[in-house]
Ligand binder design. Sequence first.
Ligand code: MLT
Length: 328
Amino acid sequence: MNLKKSLNTLLAAVLGTGLVISGVAHAQKYPDKPITLVVPFAAGGPTDTIARLIAVPMGKSLGQTVVIENVAGAGGTIASAKVAKSKPDGYTIYIHHMGMATAQALYDKLPYDPMKDFEYIGQVADVPMVLLGRKNLPPNNFKELEAYIKTNKDKVTMANAGPGAVSQLCGLIFQSRLGVRVTTVPYKGTGPALIDLLGGQVDILCDQTTQTIQYIKENRVKVYGVTTPKRLSSLPNVPTLDEQGMKGFDVKVWHGVYAPLGTPKPVLDKINIALKKALADPDIKTRLDTSNIDIVPVAKQNGPALQVHLDAEINRWGPIIRKANIPD
Ligand code: MLT
């Protein structure tokens, strides 16, 4: 080894040690100020609700407030791009659902790479979806809805939260299986979309159960089917889309927590412990149970499991989306 090479090696070792020491020092102090949990959709919707539920107990175990920041727009991709470019210091973390996997097939080019620009903290919960109509929409069941849409395709409107949102994905699979395209109305989240459905401004919406079960039970919306292969325990009389003729219809929304690439491992570990504690909180479980939301098993509440799942989901959804000729 020549002198220059040995000096470079020595310098790299010294700098590397320095980085490790400063990372450890950072992790020891962490967190010494509030942490921002970015939500890629509007307040009041399903993702925001789960975020707010876990933020409180996570903040308690971390000893700092976890503040929600809603960065809504473009089906969640604006927030993903923002988080990917945020400082990797543990003060910006991110909750997103399976749009993290599906956006790749829905956009020609994304300003971030879901498999390269993030650290993975853990999976959170799985949420079924329901196909809803405004209360005074004429069809009273799924068969009538199919016929109604086919006859009125130029006037039926379907709300969603933009390309990359699961409401859009579910709605487009539904339309593709029906063989009919209707007018879609994009919102910044299904929170505001559901308000418009309740107000009768839009006709149909595919949304998660997080907010919707309550309105179904109060008879304030019509429900035409659930998107999972099995019926839901909280809506036992609502048939699945699969059993009503859309064979194999299977959309269940999973969620994960992320941080920008380069967030130190000891910091990620602290956040992961706080996430696991939040998910073990009986009050959170009760709240999620009432909406038929399943907290994932502990074995999935970690970074490596989330990373493997995300990769598998990108590979699963890409062909389905392309086959359904989805982007609109
Ligand atoms: C939301 O939180 O508003 C929804 O998860 C959006 C969506 O449909 O993906």
